[in-house]
Design a protein around this ligand. Sequence first.
Ligand SMILES: NC(=O)c1ccc[n+]([C@@H]2O[C@H](COP(=O)([O-])OP(=O)(O)OC[C@H]3O[C@@H](n4cnc5c(N)ncnc54)[C@H](O)[C@@H]3O)[C@@H](O)[C@H]2O)c1
Length: 444
Amino acid sequence: MNNLDKIISNITSRNYTVGIVGLGYVGLPLMWTFHENDLDVLGFDVDESKIKCLKEGKPYIKHLGDEMMAKLAKSNRIDATTDFSRLNEVDAILMCVPTPLDHHREPDMSYVQVTTETISKFLREGQLVILESTTYPGTTEELIIPILEKNSGLKAGEDFYVAYSPEREDPGNPNFNTAKIPKVVGGHGEEALELAKALYDTSIVKTVPVSDTKTAEAVKITENVFRAVNIALVNELKVVFQKMGIDVHEVLDAAATKPFGFMKFTPGPGLGGHCIPIDPFYLTWKAREFQENTRFIELAGEINTNMPRYVIQQTMNALNDYKKSINGSRMLVIGLAYKPDVDDMRESPTFVLMDELKELGAEVDYYDPFIPVVTPTRGHADWTGKKSIEWDSNVIAQYDGVIIATNHKEIDYEALLECAQLIVDTRNVYPKKIASQVTTIYKA
Ligand SMILES: NC(=O)c1ccc[n+]([C@@H]2O[C@H](COP(=O)([O-])OP(=O)(O)OC[C@H]3O[C@@H](n4cnc5c(N)ncnc54)[C@H](O)[C@@H]3O)[C@@H](O)[C@H]2O)c1
């Protein structure tokens, strides 16, 4: 049996330990998926509080549920640590660290770089290193492999294996979890691909091999550019149709009955989350190296970035009907998370709404059952420590206006209708039929 066959046989017989670096929205469910398929997993994170939570079974990502954390804490096949020297204990190292944009809206590769440097210090023969973070095409070949080879003295494809496999998590989506979402994989060479495929085949419904790492990197970026551009399109349609007295949601629902050639996207108050507002600009940045412009991406970014301003304009118009201005008003924004039923507030357009309202002289509060307090987040330091109000009809009735920015399911929208003076609905919580009968509902 050659070396590769032996490693694959270890994987199939579960005599194999997976290391996961970065135990956030991507890394934690990945840990769970391998665990559920009988592999040993050792998790690494620089954030001690996450390691403590994992050991004590305390949930730190709400939508993943309490049961999963309790099971992980009890399992003897799971361990987690901040001690990166233990990287040499594992057979595969999967990197799931952040890839945000910097102040100039250019890729911030510092997390990936630091993690790779750390891995390179402990790298040993036969190990498989896989990058799962979203990134520009070329990252694995141009950034990861040179660091790993230089610091370890080992050769990729000969002494150790490298692959790229993008994550396709959709947090809060009850129909899909990591195990059920097909996984695209590109290897640095045939052997790396074979090994990575064997690993994911243990736990994931389908592995989709592509010819190399940069193709796999391009797949992920393409998926997210597709979303960003289509969301921008329906956001633009929303603004135009609203002026024409047409309900964009009714239009989109009817259009979605076409059994081919149409895919429904939903307009909203702007883009949020760690992926769609950010990832397309990784390609924009890389394209410049090839003297190419990504005009679709830039335009979609411009439209989506302007949506919160449109919501503010609609809010001004609504208050105007009551002879009020934003200046001096008390405003409540519902939903700080960027999408329903999750506790993720990264890049949430609600921050932009709150910034603009404050800038215009409003007193601003928020309500979000998933986010009781604003923890430090990139770019919105002003709001750190701000607490969600408690749900209380008498309290809500005191606000001059309520903006629904995120439509969490557990909110009692009927009760809100009873108590709010005025509601700006950016999520079609109140469909046309209801909204047309209630004078206090404004669409935005
Ligand atoms: N969140 C999603 O739904 C999603 C979906 C698909 C892809 N992605 C991509 O996956 C990657 C990770 O995203 P996420 O949402 O899980 O981020 P996250 O912020 O939830 O988790 C990242 C984790 O990495 C840790 N970390 C940071 N630096 C580290 C280091 N040097 N060593 C070890 N750990 C470190 C952080 O403490 C954190 O726990 C990003 O590239 C993102 O674009 C995210």
